[in-house]
Design a protein around this ligand. Structure first.
Ligand code: GDD
Ligand code: MG
Length: 346
């Protein structure tokens, strides 16, 4: 089965993390989110992927190429203007002759997709929507369904009182190709606001599949921080990490001064130096990072190529790649994005 990834959004709510890269490429434990999802899909035999993008498509192409390096076959569809989720699915329709899967690219989940595909076929549905239960449904597309699990209403971002369900669209769909061809082509159109309500009104068989595993949309800074906490506290399982007993996952070529303090759970990437009397606690440190003498990094996330000078303190802070943190500086609940390569070039 082939999979389509909707990756054309601008990721405005994740700025400044998305200033230089598309949202699906933000690192989750030091690896792009989309790559983590691809690894999950490969395990169940989905290796043919179409990426529908618009914002910074070259970043995706440069990283994944034709997919060979990852054991995948990847094709790209680039929109000149964002066509919306429905327009993007319609534009990709010619790539899919058989039943196919569609993913929002900003979610991390270990949902049982195999079971969802089986459920879709067994019920001879025309489309299936994965749903997950949340306490604040108004940020999402809210789904109401009947006793047979058939969708009876889909309300995107409802106002208070407009819905009576805590089950939301998890952004994973299965479609039969025929139904997708009914979406008007070359138009800006939303699958959530325009198409699903129309399918329901027209009496199509759209069913739900209840996700019972971990699920998160990483589209805001809070959620981006949250997913890392969830991985380290073992709420969310992603392959390669155990975090048993506050474990520290250590990369290659890591130098830690004997007087430095490391408190797990933590992830330390490759080529990292942690100097005398520095502390790193419950944090994710990317590759090529230098943490200067006496500095503390607590509950923070560092991307790659970062230098922290002496006696700086960072708490609950994200630092993006190529940043330099000054001596004695203090960052609490901050997102620090200051590419020194650009400063030098100016
Ligand atoms: N190709 C393309 N073109 N992709 C797009 C476009 C577009 O014009 N607009 C958005 N996307 C992609 C985004 O990149 C993202 O992966 C996905 O579609 C969903 O867009 P978001 O902007 O993240 O939407 P949301 O999080 O507010 O709501 C969506 O996801 C929720 C679950 O996380 C909706 O699908 C909700 O119904 C759902 O509950
Ligand atoms: Mg989203």
């Amino acid at each position: 089965m082939k999979a389509l990834f909707l990756a054309g959004g601008m990721g405005l709510r994740l700025q400044p993390l998305t200033n230089k890269l598309p949202k699906p490429m933000v690192p989750i434990m030091n690896k792009p989110l989309l790559e983590r999802t691809f690894i999950h899909l490969k395990k169940i035999g989905i290796t043919e992927i179409v990426i529908s993008s618009c914002y910074q498509p070259d970043y995706l192409k440069n990283y994944f190429g034709n997919g060979e390096k990852f054991g995948l076959k990847i094709q790209y569809i680039v929109e000149e203007i964002p066509l919306g989720t429905g327009g993007a699915i319609r534009k990709a329709a010619s790539q899919f002759e058989k039943t196919f899967v569609v993913f929002n690219s900003d979610i991390l989940s270990d949902m049982d997709l195999k079971k969802m595909i089986y459920h879709h076929k067994e019920n001879a549905a025309q489309a299936s929507i994965a749903v997950t239960e949340v306490s604040n449904p108004s940020e999402y597309g809210v789904i109401e369904y009947n006793n047979e699990g058939q969708v009876v209403s889909f309300i995107e971002k409802p106002k208070p009182g407009q819905n009576s369900s805590n089950f939301i669209n998890a952004g994973i769909y299965i479609f039969e190709p025929e139904i997708v061809k009914e979406i008007p082509s070359d138009k800006v159109i939303s699958i959530e606001r325009d198409i699903f309500p129309k399918y329901i009104a027209d009496g199509y068989k759209i069913i739900i599949f209840k996700n019972e595993r971990y699920w998160i949309d990483i589209g805001t800074i809070e959620k981006y921080m949250q997913v890392h906490k969830d991985i380290m506290s073992k709420k969310c399982a992603i392959s390669g990490f155990k975090f048993e007993g506050n474990e520290i996952n250590m990369g290659k070529n890591v130098k830690i001064h004997p007087t430095a303090k490391l408190i797990g759970p933590a992830f330390i990437g490759d080529n990292v130096e942690i100097c005398a009397k520095a502390t790193v606690s419950k944090s994710i440190i990317g590759n090529n990072v230098f943490i200067g003498e006496g500095s503390s990094v607590i509950s923070s996330i560092f991307w790659n190529d970062i230098k922290i000078n002496r006696k700086a303190k960072l708490i609950n802070t994200i630092v993006t790649s190529n940043s330099l943190i000054n001596t004695n500086s203090y960052h609490l609940n901050d997102v620090y994005s200051n590419d020194i390569r650009e400063k030098k070039a100016q």
